[in-house]
Design a binder for this molecule. Structure first.
Ligand code: HEM
Length: 430
């Protein structure tokens, strides 16, 4: 276990910095400040933001209420992949497929909208997201003009969604409290939460959720499949675990996940080697402290390199190798308590979407592995599959992951001809 210096905001007195993306709200005149309001108001909103996300948006109960949406999106994706599996050119650009899944899922959860993945709305959303990914570079490169334009675009995008949600004749796409924007509007209108917030604050929270949620789950799924295609024995072992448990049920459900211990080990090991957000949220020291003999002044911005910590040979044997079995005998958690592995961060700024993120990744990977046998395209050897990364907030695989899905049961083809809809590798009667 790393020493106390890494105990993020406990021993090493850090506060979450009001980093740009928390308050990227839109209003271009506030670009430098980030958000309307000053000092204490900002701090209280930041703390309020943590409470709102933790209590109202991402409680376990709320996350469970999004399960049908997640299951539906996974079903659609697996069905699409089945289409590739039955075609002559089987190659699937899994990166593209999974990224589209990530943005569609978050749009449905956050706004109750399903943008068609070929439609102009989806393209607009994807472009906005791409800009958001670049925004962090602004301070380094001075791309302020571009940043201001991006703010304006975000502002109108969010405003349209707010207006739609305020329309009393709008049909809700989700049961219960509705989507995330519905919940935020209820909190604002009914003042049912201790923090007083305005529309700009709601836009800032949406922005935070977007940046936090859309890419991270998708990136983790792509890295897991990349790691597995490079480690065929591990792939077989985890597939055997899943297929033994699920049998002929047709799909993996959320309830099955707690029993899939090897799958969890595989995903932990992927998070260790390829943490989707390697530098965490920037922090600021609150008081003078000494770290490894160095004196750190108050108000120093601190970046925590979760990637380097998770590959530190002092804490990990063979740190660069993908060896998930270590987690079967090792009780290391990834929820911010064990500092040698913090893919979701730790302390007050820990990822509030941790349970949603983990469920997304586990469920998609489980269904992929259950439904298909995966191969590399001819002439590509596993050792040549690259693990290069793109610069950006999230650690994206640089080159798309191209794989061949094979249905696992021959009779699928037969049943399809006989009028059954294939669901992944299994079949259900039409
Ligand atoms: C596998 C998926 C995910 C990973 C690996 C991940 C990782 C992270 C990390 C490392 C941080 C910074 C934590 C820190 O600095 O201590 C973070 C922050 C955040 N994440 Fe996630 N995340 C994931 C999914 C999600 C999802 C699904 C949501 C929302 C639906 C979400 C919302 C957020 C938000 C709002 C923040 C900012 C918190 C703050 O500034 O206080 N994340 N995430």
């Amino acid at each position: 276990m790393p020493d106390e210096g890494l105990a993020l905001d406990t021993k090493f007195r850090l506060s979450g910095l009001l980093h740009s993306n928390m308050f990227l709200c839109s209003n271009s005149s506030k670009v430098e400040r980030g958000f309307p309001g000053t000092g204490d108001a900002l701090t209280s909103l930041a703390e309020g933001g943590e409470k709102i996300t933790a209590i109202h948006l991402f409680s376990v109960k709320k996350i469970q209420s999004f399960s049908p949406v997640r299951a539906d999106e996974i079903f659609r994706m697996v069905t699409k992949i089945s289409g590739f599996a039955s075609s002559d050119n089987k190659v699937v650009n899994l990166s593209k497929m999974v990224m589209a899944f990530g943005s569609t899922l978050i749009c449905r959860i956050a706004f109750g909208k399903r943008y068609d993945d070929k439609g102009s709305e989806m393209r607009r959303f994807d472009e906005l997201l791409h800009e958001a990914q670049l925004l962090w570079v602004d301070k380094l490169t001075g791309l302020i003009d571009r940043l201001e334009t991006a703010f304006k675009n975000f502002d109108s995008f969010y405003q349209e969604l707010i207006d739609e949600h305020l329309d009393p004749s709008r049909a809700k796409m989700m049961d219960g409290d509705g989507d995330i924007l519905d919940i935020l509007i209820q909190l604002k209108e009914h003042k049912s939460c201790s923090i007083d917030f305005n529309w700009d604050n709601i836009k800032a929270l949406l922005m935070n959720i977007f940046i936090g949620a859309s890419d991270t789950s998708a990136v983790s799924i792509i890295w897991t499949m990349t790691a597995l295609i490079k480690a065929p024995k591990v792939m077989k072992k985890v597939q055997a675990e899943i297929r033994d448990l699920i049998g002929k049920k047709g799909k993996v459900d959320e309830d099955d996940l707690p029993k899939l211990l090897y799958l969890k080990a595989v995903i932990k090991e992927t998070f260790r080697l390829y943490p989707p957000a390697p530098l965490l949220v920037p922090r600021e020291t609150m008081e003078r402290c000494i770290l490894e003999g160095y004196e750190i002044q108050p108000k120093t911005v601190v970046y925590i390199n979760a990637w380097a910590i998770a590959r530190d040979p002092e804490y990990w044997k063979n740190p660069d190798e993908f060896l998930p079995d270590k987690f079967l005998n090792h009780n290391i958690d990834i929820k911010g308590q064990d500092f040698e592995l913090i893919p979701f961060g730790s302390g007050r700024r820990i990822c509030p979407g941790i349970f949603m993120g983990l469920t997304n990744v586990e469920l998609v990977v489980a269904n992929f592995l259950y439904s298909f046998d995966w191969e590399l395209p001819p002439d590509i050897r596993a050792q040549y599959v690259d693990t290069d990364v793109l610069p950006g907030l999230a650690m994206h695989k640089k080159n798309p992951l191209l794989l061949l899905p094979n249905k696992i049961r021959e009779e699928d083809e037969e049943s399809e001809k006989a009028g059954c809809i294939p669901i992944g590798g299994r079949t259900t009667a039409r």
